[in-house]
Design a protein around this ligand. Structure first.
Ligand code: DC
Length: 246
């Protein structure tokens, strides 16, 4: 049987070259928090592409006569979204107002998968992400960053975790305490359904480094990715992560 080829991490020759790190994976695999932390550690910007889908959804839900299932309405509402640069991250605004709470709420979560299926909306988000990334080193998280948005990203990570563990982490984050098995089981069911809705766009690039975080702490995940970026910047031509002992 053929052994899979280890992911190749290209060397960055010019230290001034902006570096793009793509982190993809299913819902609640810890992409955004890991991406934010990795960006902080490296002094890079963090871009959360899912937040742009959420902002467009929040904008269309706020517009009185607009329908969230109508692509033209969503695209028109998306024109009211803007990004404010804040400490190497971007706060998304709708009509100049920070709607972070609303964007993470149940109503937006209910509609966003459908909005994210619309080709025009995907083009709009991809354009926004590329514009925000221009000229800077970034860690971008989403579903299709390594395949569609930045197929030439210097480092691609695909984060996965067991659905039960993802559900458990999400509940701890939401409730601030350890959840019971029944609650975890119900959340697992919701996550699996969401995975199915988002499955077409959640794609692991062939050259992505797969990290299963089920048994890793957040520090360990962040450490691995930071170590891979350091290999990328190291002065060793053609170093593979396995040769570097990572
Ligand atoms: O990661 P999240 O839950 O904030 O993402 C919100 C929605 O956007 C979810 O339905 C998946 C979708 N999404 C996408 O299709 N492509 C991306 N690059 C990021 C998110």
């Amino acid at each position: 049987m053929n052994q899979p080829t280890p992911p190749y991490v290209p060397r960055i020759r010019d230290p001034a070259t902006p570096i793009i790190v793509a982190i993809d994976g299913p819902a609640a695999a810890g992409k955004s928090s890991t991406a934010r932390w990795v960006a902080e550690r490296l002094g890079f910007y963090h871009i959360d592409s899912g937040a742009l889908y959420r902002a467009a959804t929040a904008a269309v839900l706020r517009a009185r006569s607009a329908q969230p299932w109508d692509e033209a309405d969503v695209l028109s509402a998306a024109q009211r979204v803007s990004a404010r640069d804040e400490r190497r991250s971007f706060v998304l605004l709708v009509d100049g107002v920070d709607l972070e709470q609303e964007m993470r709420g149940g109503l937006v979560t209910q509609h966003v998968s459908r909005v994210a299926q619309m080709p025009g909306v995907r083009d709009w988000v991809n354009g926004q992400v590329r514009a925000l990334a221009t000229g800077r080193s970034v860690v971008v998280d989403g579903r299709d960053i390594g395949t569609v948005v930045f197929p030439d990203a210097h480092l691609k990570i695909f984060l996965i975790a067991d659905p039960w563990e993802r559900a458990r982490r999400r509940l701890i984050q939401r409730l601030g305490r350890a959840p019971g098995d029944q609650a975890i089981a119900e959340e697992t069911e919701r996550l699996v359904q969401r995975d199915a809705r988002d499955s077409t766009q959640t794609v692991q690039s062939k050259d992505a480094v797969l990290i299963d975080t089920t048994y890793l702490t957040q520090e360990e995940q962040v450490e691995r990715i930071v170590a891979l970026v350091k290999v990328l910047k190291a002065d060793k031509s053609g170093t593979r992560p396995d040769e570097a002992g990572l």
